[in-house]
Design a protein around this ligand. Structure first.
Ligand code: IVH
Length: 265
């Protein structure tokens, strides 16, 4: 990857998010007046797309964050991924000669259920969950199989750009990516203070079933990407954003048995 593909620290509840805010305020006083963008945290497969002169040239999984697996041929079959983005400068948009974006590839819940229904009818093995199905479909050898799966993607980050300017706020990045023809979430909102961002996050906790994909939380991001970058990291987690987890769903279940095995070591 041309830049590290980072992860996110978790916040479990509003107080955790407030503690994060207090912590980063101490690092940089610009945080006090910061705006926040809230986006769904999609439970899919992190994917990186490279465009050279507007043409989709390479696609990779996240891997260890530095080196991913090349899955270009499979990603080409995902219908919502543009194979070409408009490079011709119009009045408002210009596209860098080399642009690398990141997003989450996934299988919408409805499509997952439909796929499993078909597999069951055919007497074949069904899949456990949309995430595993999406990952399995993208990380296998036959692009024809990938093409037969109704995978899609939402793009949310510019990892790298050369030969052209890109926006410096997260909100503008989302608008810019959308204008270039990338699939972008329509659930994102920008707020001028953290409490409003938390309140919005909590509204999605109650209606997470309305999202067409699996989401295990919402990501709260500092809108000003320069400020976010200046805050630095803790390990692989940037301090400029936090994954606000939805509370875990609780159900009662029966433990049917435990198999004890001897491992290699
Ligand atoms: S932002 C610095 N935004 O969640 C940027 N991540 O541990 C860091 N994910 O595997 C990532 N939806 O692939 C971001 N709207 C979103 C996301 C998102 C899903 C995934 C990401 C990563 C994990 C975070």
């Amino acid at each position: 990857h041309p830049a590290p593909i980072l992860s996110l620290a978790n916040a479990f509840g509003a107080d955790d998010a407030r503690a994060w805010f207090e912590r980063i305020k101490k690092i940089d006083d610009r945080v006090e007046k910061a705006k926040f963008v809230v986006e769904p945290k999609i439970d899919g497969l992190s994917v990186v797309l490279h465009y050279r002169d507007g043409v989709f040239a390479q696609g990779a999984t996240r891997g260890d964050g530095e080196v991913g697996e090349d899955i270009t041929s499979n990603l080409r079959t995902v219908r919502t991924i543009p194979l070409r983005i408009p490079v011709e400068a119009n009045a408002k948009i210009t596209v860098p000669k080399y642009l690398v974006v990141r997003g989450e590839a996934f299988l919408p819940i409805k499509e997952f259920e439909e796929l499993n229904r078909k597999l069951e009818e055919a007497g074949e093995k069904t899949y456990l969950n949309p995430r595993n199905t999406a990952a399995g479909s993208l990380r296998q050898l036959d692009p024809k199989l990938t093409a037969s799966r109704p995978l899609t993607m939402l793009v949310y980050q510019i990892i790298h750009s050369e030969g052209g300017k890109v926006p410096t706020s997260q909100w503008e990045i989302l608008e810019y990516l959308k204008a270039l023809g990338f699939p972008v979430t329509d659930v994102a909102k920008r707020f001028d203070d953290l409490e409003k961002a938390i309140a919005y996050t909590e509204t999605w906790d109650k209606r997470r079933d309305k999202l067409p994909y699996e989401a295990d939380g919402m990501v709260i991001k500092i809108d000003d990407l320069r400020l976010a970058g200046d805050l630095g990291f803790v390990g692989k987690d940037p301090l400029g954003a936090i994954d606000f987890k939805f509370p875990a769903r609780e159900v009662t279940t029966s433990l049917l048995g435990i198999d004890v095995e001897v491992g290699r070591t």
